[in-house]
Design a protein around this ligand. Structure first.
Ligand code: ZN
Length: 250
């Protein structure tokens, strides 16, 4: 007996589907039980492209068996939209969006770090190095170099259109729908290291007495050996973040 199972594939996985199955729910009549992996292959999607499969809103393994009336959502390795809000059953996010940027995007790198995104950047990375690191560490390549992104070894890259740093940040946040993953001011903008929270006593000797008196919250980068506090620079950046968030609600 054939049983009806519903599917939806997300983001670039649609590239593998015929037009009548793209970007919409569709059903298949299948002999059950059938595993998730078998169905993905049947749909013509390479298993290596799939990262997350949810059946009736629960994440499942590829060996999971499907039955009548199941609803299956299939997500790619690097989705270009935000699925973190779907993962309410998970204590930890299943995936953290990480980036590596080419030499043209130093200012954007600082801004992405400001929002808390793990962002690798060096102005002397070679193209090959960027591609290798991205593959190994599952990072999305952001680049202003079309040639680099055309390399057949690049699976997940994005050509940043904007040339001005604020617009670049807005473009990337919107493209990858990063809003719910913001962890602003948790990462060093200079070196990408996660900042440590420090008590006033810990940093008393490291900072100016006026600063010490004026602020209560301090953060420390153990790599740069620098102390940060929420001064006027912070307020400007916070204004920028709020302006990005407000664009989403418009
Ligand atoms: Zn640092």
């Amino acid at each position: 007996m054939l049983k009806t199972i519903s599917f939806r594939c997300y983001a670039e996985l649609n590239d593998f589907l015929p037009v009548e199955r793209k970007q919409r729910n569709f059903t298949l009549s299948l002999k059950t039980p059938v595993t998730v992996a078998e169905v993905i292959e049947l749909l013509g999607i390479p298993l290596s492209e799939v990262d997350l499969v949810m059946v009736n809103s629960q994440p499942v393994e590829r060996s999971h068996r499907l039955y009548k009336n199941d609803y299956v959502s299939i997500y790619p390795t690097f989705e270009t939209f935000d699925i973190s809000s779907l993962k309410t059953t998970q204590k930890q996010p299943l995936r953290i969006t990480k980036f590596i940027l080419d030499a043209h995007l130093g200012k954007l790198a600082r801004y992405l770090r400001m929002l808390g995104f793990d962002t690798l950047y060096k102005n002397d990375y070679g193209d090959l190095e960027i591609v290798e690191i991205a593959k190994e560490q599952k990072r999305i390549i952001l680049s202003r170099d079309k040639l680099l992104l055309k390399s057949p070894r690049v699976n997940h890259g994005y050509y940043v259109r904007a040339t001005e740093k604020h617009n670049q940040l807005i473009e990337v946040v919107e493209k990858f729908e990063l809003y719910s993953q913001f962890k602003s001011f948790t990462r060093c903008m200079t070196c990408n290291t996660v900042l440590l929270s420090k008590s006033k006593e810990d940093i008393r000797k490291l900072i100016d007495p006026d600063i010490y008196r004026s602020f209560d919250e301090f953060f420390f980068c153990p790599v740069c050996n620098k102390v940060f506090w929420k001064g006027s620079h912070f307020e400007r950046m916070e204004g920028l973040i709020l302006s990005i968030i407000s664009r989403k609600t418009k």
